[in-house]
Design a protein around this ligand. Structure first.
Ligand code: ADP
Ligand code: KDG
Length: 314
């Protein structure tokens, strides 16, 4: 068995390596990304075992994703590769120095075919933690059902459920998403959200108010990810905060997933609230200061790299 099980869609990525709109011959880098596999990679690099359940197409991009995840030490034995559908794709333009534009090519593609039959409930019930994100429920009815199958399996076996809102406006309306998010918050033990995401479910309020309003729906751990402000949490009834680290912002995509990986890693290590938030912020700092959704995530031996203020370690 594995410590952590996650599921969802992972797509190939073509990311511009210069600023400006895409043009013929513009330089780009091929990679991949998916909120849940970003978390799994983070956990794996920190020494935890993780499995990802999802679907890919039997095409060059699908094999690229599966091989790379395997190389990161993730259990991909439950990944299904379909021969009659393409792997999803994201295009990322650095439209200007400060504005990144992501275009998705995913509707109806491999990831959206995830279905309850893909969920290995025994694998989940033997694990310590299940992590899901709000993206999966937006992909298709069957993907949404798969999320609920996984969550119910975890809950019935007393396995912790972690949920990150990850609202993607390109996939569904705020109204549709809010109802689904509320249901997942109520079934989760650990919830991660941004301030605006939290407000989708509990309405506008101060950081403290929206966090406590989420706690009132059921989860014992609610963490607000606050970008350059760090994190604010209510954990087992106690408030905890932790500042972000001072680093250069190179690529904000994947910061939230990095934070989640760091937080969950510390939780799995039985560390307290302050250490969980701290490790989340350290992993977030690694993610934003390296380009790529997950490429900058630290190994356990590298966590201390962010301690102190020296730029060069030798
Ligand atoms: P999301 O990617 O889900 O929108 P955030 O933007 O809140 O998430 O970022 C997640 C975490 O990444 C933050 O809580 C923080 O730890 C880290 N982070 C984000 N932006 C910065 C920044 N400018 N400087 C340092 N750390 C950051
Ligand atoms: O959180 C980063 C993810 O958004 C990215 O890797 C791709 O899963 C993704 C999505 O749907 O946006």
């Amino acid at each position: 068995g594995v410590q952590v099980v996650t599921l969802g869609e992972t797509m190939a990525l073509v990311a511009a390596t210069t600023t400006g709109a895409f043009t013929v011959g513009a330089p780009a880098r091929i990679s991949f990304g998916g909120a849940e596999t970003n978390v799994a990679i983070g956990l794996s690099r920190l020494g935890h075992s993780a499995a990802w359940i999802g679907r890919l197409g039997a095409d060059p991009l699908g094999f690229l994703v599966k091989d790379a995840l395997r190389a990161e030490g993730i259990d991909v034995s439950r990944v299904r590769v379909d021969s009659d559908v393409a792997t999803g794709l994201m295009l990322r333009e650095h439209r200007t120095a400060d504005r990144v534009r992501v275009s998705y090519y995913r509707r109806g593609l491999a990831g959206s075919r995830l279905t309850p039959a893909d969920i290995d409930t025994e694998l989940i019930q033997r694990a310590g933690l299940l992590h899901v994100s709000g993206i999966t429920s937006a992909l298709s009815e069957s993907a949404r059902a798969a999320v609920h199958t996984a969550v119910e399996a975890a809950r019935s076996a007393g396995v912790l459920v972690s949920f990150d809102f990850n609202y993607r406006a390109a996939l569904w309306s705020a109204r549709e998403a809010a109802a689904e998010f509320e249901s997942l918050v109520a079934q989760a033990d650990i919830v991660f959200a941004g301030e605006e995401e939290a407000a989708m479910v509990v309405g506008e309020g101060s950081v403290d108010e929206v966090t406590k309003a989420l706690v009132a729906l059921g989860p014992r751990q609610v963490v607000l990810k606050r970008g350059g402000e760090g994190a604010y949490a209510v954990i087992d009834g106690e408030t905890a905060t932790s500042p972000a680290l001072k680093v250069s912002l190179i690529d904000p995509v994947g910061a939230g997933d990095a934070f989640v990986a760091g937080y969950l890693s510390a939780l799995l290590d039985d560390l307290g609230p302050a250490e969980r938030l701290r490790r989340g912020n350290v992993c977030g700092a690694f993610a934003v200061s390296v380009s790529g959704d997950w490429e900058g995530l630290p190994r356990r031996s590298e966590l201390a790299t962010m301690d102190g203020t020296e730029n060069v370690a030798r």
